[in-house]
Design a protein around this ligand. Structure first.
Ligand code: AMP
Length: 214
């Protein structure tokens, strides 16, 4: 099953993609994570992308399309891929069609996560992760069991994404409505779109997604 998770930043698509990766052997392809890795390694792409990401704007299509092009082959032998954060423009969606066609791959399902945006702002501005294993936490909703210590690896250093502040979150939401929301119609017209309640419990959403995957 090859899928796209669609929804505004912080809607939970990354969390769910990771859970399905562990449970179903699918491959998560997150352009946001790929870009952050480029930024922290100080590559040419990273240097170009850093300010754009921190301003909550979109990186140019060519860069992200190329990153996906290089990663798709690795997903062929898996139980399928989950695109998380890509495509983000109609032009990226058209490029994806091309990338899949040349590999004889298909897109089976696009899942739209519907959310309340004010709750979303709270979710994003409170989130942080373990600096070692990247396990995610939230100041209010998901604290480590022992304060200051990662539940997963025992690490004691935590990081926050530079772009997870309120100003940037608001501009990412504006970008979402202007550039990304039109993709919902693009896939709806093809009959591959399904919408789910992104505000439901994490475990409940995973169960729903597993039913969709079958
Ligand atoms: P994310 O982790 O998916 O929220 O992505 C973080 C940031 O990376 C976004 O706010 C954009 O600046 C950039 N980004 C990630 N994916 C894309 C994409 N498909 N197109 C353009 N910019 C992207």
């Amino acid at each position: 099953m090859n899928m796209i998770f669609l929804g505004p930043p912080g809607c939970g698509k990354g969390t769910q993609a990771k859970r399905l990766e562990d449970r179903c052997g699918m491959v998560q392809l997150s352009t946001g994570e790929m870009l952050r890795a480029e930024v922290s390694s100080g590559t040419k792409i990273g240097l170009k992308a850093k300010d754009i990401i921190e301003a909550g704007k979109l990186v140019v299509d060519d860069i992200v399309v190329d990153m996906i092009d290089r990663r798709l082959d690795g997903a062929i032998s898996s139980a399928g891929f989950i695109l998380d954060g890509f495509p983000r423009t109609v032009s990226q969606a058209k490029s994806l069609d091309h990338l899949l066609k040349k590999r004889d791959m298909s897109l089976d399902q696009v899942v739209e996560f519907r959310v309340n945006e004010e709750v979303l702002v709270k979710r994003i501005t409170g989130r942080y992760s373990c600096a070692d294993c990247h396990h995610g936490y939230h100041e209010e909703y998901q604290k480590p069991k022992v304060p200051g210590t990662c539940d997963q690896c025992g690490g004691t250093k935590f990081t926050r994404r530079a772009e997870d502040n309120e100003g940037t979150v608001r501009s990412r939401l504006m970008e979402y409505h202007a550039a990304t929301a039109p993709i919902v119609d693009f896939y709806d017209e093809r009959g591959v779109l399904i919408s789910i309640d992104g505000m439901a419990e994490i475990a409940h959403i995973t169960e729903q997604l597993e039913t969709i995957i079958g």
